[in-house]
Design a protein around this ligand. Structure first.
Ligand SMILES: Nc1ncnc2c1ncn2[C@@H]1O[C@H](COP(=O)(O)OP(=O)(O)OP(=O)(O)O)[C@@H](O)[C@H]1O
Length: 751
């Protein structure tokens, strides 16, 4: 080119280029419409073919020919149907290469009638230079162009000239797609970043699937969005493995799952299971929890010290429900099994079987022990003798035996068991030396009110119990049949109903003693991994016994009191298998003015925090406010109203958990509806992973005090804004502020 374009030339060039790109995009949509028509036709022909073949010979070569010719149309139409109707452009990128080739990049691949690519799927290898090429290493790309669209209309162009040495007459327009994308107001849901993925992010997205892939980095570095694009990439590059094996994405809360739920569909992928950490065990338990425990209970319930307590809860049911010894009378003889012997039998069975599967064996062992007692008795020569079978019939029909069995090996459910910890004496007996008396009291207290429902931490405990218990046995329809053995009608006169083989096969899934009570997945993505408690890691690992993993987190944002402990759990997962680590170095969310302030706060108590570089300046430093305790809510309402006029999109009020409810009710009536609609009032835990254009952080000192994560949790709150941050101290408190900020009055800035 011969130098920069003037204003008029730029406008003309932009119009010309937009028209060129629009023409290509139109062609793509026409081709897709044709592909969809063809797919429908093939589907109906395919059905007709199948029907014919049921009556005639199967003509394999016809079916194959049909699939080969039209498989693409099928795929394109199927994926198009899953794309978000409001996606921002099916085609979003163009590469002009040094050899003159032009490649368009899009959310899915589209070919023309001659099978030539009109658009390349962003996950294909040929699309890699779109994300990786830099001026230092242009990868044979002269110009990278990002197309911005609304529906099917191209409305903007952002170019990067990568190979400045090449002699090209390509025009270069716009000021960079990334900055344009980052400056836009945020809606209530996360968007995909497929048009502006950065090189270091792309490497993590396309990393091999095997083993454990760790993605670390500070707040706003795109860890979440990268992990989601990685899930889409894995499905694309290994569809058979991951579509059939399943991909699970786990995030910190239900609100967070709602926030990210559109990203994968907007990339044309809907075969991914999204669960909040409180909903991971919905497969085994049928429930999802959203309530968080207070910090002290959270610290106990998340700790591995709960493992032996729960094991004892299952395996040593307190025997206050009945006599701790078995006494039955057979033909006038009293046979007794004492507690030590009973304990030995129980332990022996549980060494080989989980509780639910052990019931039959335990009964067998009791009968065996009683028989030995009977057999060993010196009953005199004229005493009644009994065959073993008749002896067992007598024992089984005795009320004493049945009552004992019900108390000694009762049917147990995870929920019923965990509730028992609400009895302080039971909790203390089961905790032994694993918990201190104070911890036992805290734990027991947390179950005192059954109406409170289960907490997020309880879910991992219930899941542990479900695993220790093993799959629930099928409800027995016939007492004698519950050992699962086949019964055939062979004229023994006792059998009233014939259990056919077909019946039995139909029951097998419920009966299968090896079936796990939970789903398993081929790949598990764990977001905000720094907050996953050791007990929750156990729950997750049950879902990914032979899975590969993507683990995403930032220890500096941890709300767990001992970040080293969660790190050990992650190291454990990695084990000696394959693993790779990617560090994201740039904060794309926060304005630099806000982030530098937040980074100073976290460094005071966590000097090793991984602090990324923020790329965007807005000219608005954080605004540090103070309000008298009595007028705090009113002041927050005023500030939210002001903020509503300053930012276009979402507003978050992040308050200490103890204040959230009251603030929500005070602010409800105090704000114009237009602002109320954009407002969320949340605790820092609920704000994890989310972002808002404007944020008011209320009573930062209380946030630090109310969380075991302390300053790290405040750091989460301070790093949520994409545009503006306001903090409001209760008058007389500002311990949290770095010295420099505390000495200065509220900065005189253009608010
Ligand atoms: N390459 C990119 N192009 C455009 N936007 C991006 C890019 N990378 C990240 N973002 C945006 O930056 C914001 C932060 O991303 P994300 O929430 O994934 O970060 P995070 O590292 O998970 O943050 P946190 O640790 O604070 O939860 C999001 O709005 C995301 O869309």
């Amino acid at each position: 080119m011969d130098g920069p374009l003037n204003q008029q030339q730029t406008t003309d060039a932009l119009e010309r280029e937009l028209a060129t790109e629009q023409a290509h995009v139109d062609r793509v949509y026409e081709r897709l419409a044709a592909a969809a028509r063809s797919a429908r036709q093939v589907a109906s022909e395919g059905q007709a073919l199948y029907r014919t073949d049921r009556n005639n010979f199967f003509r394999d070569e016809d079916g194959t020919g049909m699939l080969e010719r039209d498989v693409f149309a099928f795929q394109a139409a199927k994926r198009l149907a899953t794309l978000d109707a409001e996606h921002e452009g099916l085609v979003f990128g163009r590469l002009d290469r040094t050899d003159g080739e032009v490649r368009y990049i899009g959310r899915l691949g589209v070919r023309d009638e001659d099978y030539e690519p009109l658009v390349i799927d962003w996950r294909a290898r040929a699309a890699e230079p779109f994300y990786r090429a830099t001026p230092a290493e242009p990868m044979e790309v002269v110009r990278r162009r990002v197309l911005r669209s609304r529906g099917e209309k191209v409305i903007g162009i952002e170019d990067d000239l990568l190979d400045t040495d090449s002699d090209t007459d390509l025009v270069v327009l716009g000021e960079g797609a990334l900055m344009a994308a980052l400056s836009r107001a945020r809606g209530p849901q996360m968007r995909d970043i497929v048009a502006t993925i950065q090189a270091e992010q792309d490497e993590a997205i396309r990393a091999p699937y095997q083993g454990v892939t760790m993605i670390t980095g500070g707040p706003g570095t795109g860890k979440t969005v990268v992990a989601l694009h990685r899930a889409a990439y894995l499905l694309y590059s290994n569809r058979r493995r991951f579509e059939s094996g399943g991909v699970l994405v786990v995030g910190p809360s239900q609100v967070f799952m709602n926030y990210i739920e559109r990203v994968l569909p907007s990339l044309g992928e809907d075969a991914v299971t999204l669960r909040s950490i409180g909903g991971v065990a919905v497969d085994a338990l049928g429930i999802t929890a959203t309530r968080n425990d207070p910090p002290a209970a959270h610290a106990i319930k998340g700790s591995l010290r709960m493992v032996p307590v729960l094991r004892r809860l299952v395996n040593n049911p307190p025997t206050n429900a009945g006599e701790p010894r078995l006494r039955v009378s057979v033909k006038g003889e009293i046979l007794t099994l004492d507690p030590p012997q009973l304990d030995r039998i129980r332990a022996q069975v549980l060494r080989q079987r989980r509780y639910n599967q052990g019931a039959g064996e335990a009964r067998g062992a009791l009968l065996e022990a009683l028989w030995r007692r009977w057999d060993g008795l010196d009953r005199g020569t004229d005493a009644a003798d009994l065959e073993r079978e008749a002896f067992e019939d007598l024992v089984i029909s005795s009320a004493a035996y049945r009552d004992f069995l019900a108390a000694w090996w009762p049917a147990q459910t995870p929920a019923g068991l965990l509730r028992r910890l609400g009895e302080p004496a039971t909790a203390a007996a089961l905790a032994r030396d694993d918990l201190t008396p104070d911890e036992v009291a805290t734990l027991s207290d947390s179950y005192a009110d059954p109406a409170a429902g289960w907490s997020v931490d309880d879910i991992a405990l219930l899941d542990e119990l479900a695993a220790v218990l093993g799959p629930a046995p099928a409800p027995a329809s016939d007492e004698d049949d519950d050992d699962g053995s086949l019964v055939f009608a062979e004229g023994n006169g006792r059998t009233e109903e014939v259990v056919t083989v077909a019946d039995r096969l139909a029951r097998r899934p419920v009966d299968d003693p090896f079936a796990e009570p939970h789903d398993t997945f081929a790949h598990v993505v764990v977001d905000e991994a720094q907050d996953i408690t050791p007990m929750q890691w156990r729950m997750l690992r049950r879902r990914g016994g032979s899975a590969s993993w993507t683990v995403v987190g930032d220890p500096a944002q941890s709300s767990w009191p001992d970040p080293a402990e969660t790190q050990r759990a992650i190291d454990d997962l990695v084990g000696r298998g394959q693993s790779r680590r990617f560090r994201m170095s740039t904060n794309y969310r926060s304005p630099a003015e806000v982030f530098e302030f937040a980074a100073d706060v976290v460094r005071r108590s966590f000097p090793d925090a991984d602090v990324p570089a923020a790329v965007r300046r807005t000219g608005y430093p954080p605004r540090l406010e103070t309000a008298p305790a009595a007028g705090l809510d009113e002041r927050v309402a005023e500030l939210v109203a002001e903020l509503g006029g300053q930012v276009e999109g979402t507003i978050g009020v992040i308050a200490p958990p103890s204040r959230v409810r009251q603030l929500a009710s005070r602010l409800a009536g105090a704000l114009p509806e237009e602002i109320g609609r954009r407002l969320a009032i949340v605790s820092p835990l609920e704000a994890k992973g989310l972002e808002y254009d404007g944020v008011v952080v209320v009573a930062p000192d209380e946030i630090v005090a109310e969380s075991p994560g302390g300053a790290r949790v405040l750091y989460v709150a301070l790093t949520r804004p994409t545009q503006r941050l306001i903090t409001v101290d209760v008058a007389g408190t500002c311990e949290w502020r770095p010295d420099a900020a505390r000495r200065e009055p509220s900065p005189a800035s253009p608010h």
